[in-house]
Design a binder for this molecule. Structure first.
Ligand SMILES: Nc1ncnc2c1ncn2[C@@H]1O[C@H](COP(=O)(O)OP(=O)(O)O)[C@@H](O)[C@H]1O
Ligand SMILES: [Mg+2]
Length: 595
């Protein structure tokens, strides 16, 4: 089933801006384009020349009728020339297509890569607010739009215009003003009518497409809910609902067809009128002896030749409009600038001890709700500092700020005295390793997912990281070992296995600063102990920030920050906090009794 391939709201205005946008990308192959254009002109010259050969053939035949002698000889050469010219037209057109196809593909490649890079440069907020599915559809439509635009501009619109110009000139020079006037006039009427009628039709085309989409959606949704339908024996209900959608679609299709009939009928009328008057004029001139029989055939051939490509005009016009809107949309993505940007003079961060300072930071995702209210603490180089607190208190947000996924609304985050907003994001992120709360894996092998931490790492290094993350036993139990595919987003692994892959990956990255965001939350107590040993080994002599839910995992920390609703409520080491008999001590007792 067909769907409308471009955003509906933009259908009614044509936007040439998009054409300007892609122009620079086409100039990479100047020679190719020049050569393709030459072929284009040659094609059209040959096809305009064709009716002249036809005229000569007819005139020769006509002149030879009474004598009946040379018939077999003279026109044969012309007939051969006719065949050769036809062949030449096709060959030049093919060369042109081949040459220009490459130009289009290169432009699509360049633009595709640019958009891809740009999307990765945009901030996290953009990606969280945007449906990835919609994004890829935008890119897809945009690139399809480019190739459509190129194909029809270069292979349809431009050649047709060229041909019309040549033919009108020839008619004017050879047969006088009237032939030229009728041809040009009818073409103009034809174009205006097509554009006008196509615009009018848009409403019906759109209605049919919408009906088509919604009946489709309805059917798919119903089939996805197969079990639910059975549980409630609602097959009949589903069928009725689907049929209602189909009925709407049927109605919309009828209107669509009638409007198409009006469009095609009108076009045919214009062509018929133009042809009739041209041929009538030619017939009169032939009978008056001003034109030969060959001229009559030539005029007829020209008209056929010009009106044929115009037949597609309504379709081409509509599609080009859609393509331009899609291209514009694609370039709209490029025009979006990331909220988090490197300062113009940003340098690479230089880390020696790896001391982190959070100084009076405040942050909110939305103006109306402050998430981090006023937080200050220090993680000295080489120390292990833990952050604990209720779910939703802003712990993961702190990590996102350190990683500079977002900028703080006030306060500073310093690493060895350098503000994170002053250094390049790339260098900052190179030095920080994170085992996130929810690990998402690439749909690739386990090995590839671990190697992602350092794509240049050797097999031995990757295996060592796997060993350190206590994954060896698990890997050994898999029939395909490290070559096991982890499934979409890593869904074929359990939560704990995924976390260990994430740990192995970070070990391989070998950063100066380590962050663990509830990195052992999906593990049972036994695996947790094993992982903790691994984490402690890795974290030795490095700065580490550990966010934890289970307090038993962080009692050895140099400092423990207790957060609640965006504030620090207590801090100190485990013993000090217990002695306070405050929030930490309450949480500790609660967890001791449940464990
Ligand atoms: N991208 C976001 N946009 C809006 N609100 C968010 C976003 N991410 C997290 N939050 C909200 O911020 C609060 C703190 O989240 P988070 O830092 O993840 O808490 P936790 O301490 O459990 O790690 C939560 O109430 C959450 O709903
Ligand atoms: Mg969290």
């Amino acid at each position: 089933m067909r769907r409308s391939s471009y955003p509906e709201q933009e259908v009614n205005s044509i936007n040439w801006q998009a054409f300007k946008l892609i122009l620079p990308y086409l100039f990479e192959f100047k020679n190719r384009i020049a050569f393709a254009m030459l072929c284009l002109v040659l094609t059209k010259v040959a096809s305009v020349y064709l009716p002249f050969i036809l005229k000569d053939i007819v005139d020769t035949l006509d002149a030879n009728v009474p004598e009946n002698l040379q018939i077999a000889i003279v026109p044969l050469g012309l007939v051969a020339a006719y065949g050769m010219t036809r062949l030449a037209i096709v060959v030049f057109a093919e060369i042109r297509d081949t040459l220009f196809g490459r130009v289009t593909e290169r432009a699509i490649r360049r633009i595709g890569l640019k958009v891809f890079r740009h999307l990765h440069a945009l901030d996290l907020d953009f990606h969280l607010n945007r449906q990835t599915g919609g994004l890829s559809r935008d890119i897809d439509r945009g690139t399809t739009g480019i190739s459509f635009l190129m194909r029809f501009m270069v292979f349809n619109i431009v050649p047709t215009l060229l041909e019309i110009t040549m033919v009108v000139t020839i008619l004017f020079v050879n047969y006088g003003i009237w032939f030229a006037v009728i041809t040009l006039g009818s073409i103009l009427v034809y174009i205006f009518y097509s554009v006008y009628a196509t615009n009018l039709r848009t409403r019906y085309v759109r209605a049919a497409n919408t009906a088509d989409s919604s009946s489709n959606t309805r059917a798919i949704d119903s089939l996805l809910n197969y079990e639910t339908v059975k549980y409630f024996t609602n097959e009949e209900f589903e069928a009725k609902a689907y049929d209602q959608q189909l009925a709407t679609w049927e109605q919309a299709k009828i209107k669509n067809r009638l409007s198409l009939f009006a469009l095609n009928g009108g076009q045919a009328l214009i062509i018929a009128l133009a042809m009739t008057s041209m041929l009538a004029l030619a017939a009169v001139k032939v009978s008056e002896g001003e034109m030969t029989l060959g001229d009559f055939v030539l005029v007829n051939a020209f008209m056929m030749q010009i009106f044929m490509p115009l037949n597609f005009l309504g379709f081409v016009y509509r599609e080009i409009k859609g393509s331009l809107a899609n291209i514009e949309n694609l370039f709209g993505l490029l025009a979006k600038s990331p909220k988090v940007q490197d300062a113009p003079d940003a340098k690479a961060v230089v880390i020696k001890q790896g001391t982190i300072n959070f100084e009076n930071i405040e942050f909110s995702y939305h103006k109306k709700r402050k998430i981090i209210k006023n937080i200050s603490f220090q993680v000295k180089g080489g120390e292990k500092v833990a952050v604990v607190g209720t779910s939703g208190s802003g712990k993961s947000t702190l990590v996102k700020l350190l990683f500079r996924f977002y900028d703080v609304s006030s306060g500073n985050i310093l690493i060895d005295g350098q503000n994170v907003v002053d250094v390049s994001q790339h260098s900052l992120r190179q030095h920080i390793g994170i085992v996130p709360q929810d690990t998402v894996l690439f749909n690739d092998t386990l090995f590839a997912n671990v190697q992602y931490g350092d794509p240049k790492a050797s097999k031995t290094q990757v295996m060592a990281a796997i060993e350190m993350a206590h994954l060896t036993k698990f890997v050994a139990s898999l029939p395909d070992g490290v070559e096991t595919k982890v499934g979409e987003r890593g869904l074929k692994l359990s939560g704990g296995e995924k976390q260990r892959v994430a740990i192995a990956r970070t070990i391989l990255k070998n950063p100066t600063i380590l962050v663990f965001d509830e990195a052992t939350s999906s593990l049972d107590s036994q695996s947790e102990q094993a992982i903790l040993t691994a984490i402690n080994e890795v974290a030795k002599n490095r700065t580490s920030l550990v966010i934890a839910h289970r307090l038993s995992t962080i009692i050895d920390s140099d400092n423990i920050i207790v957060m609640s609703e965006g504030n620090i409520v207590e801090q100190g080491n485990h013993q000090q906090l217990l002695a306070l008999h405050g929030q930490y001590s309450k949480m500790w007792q609660l967890q001791q009794s449940t464990n």
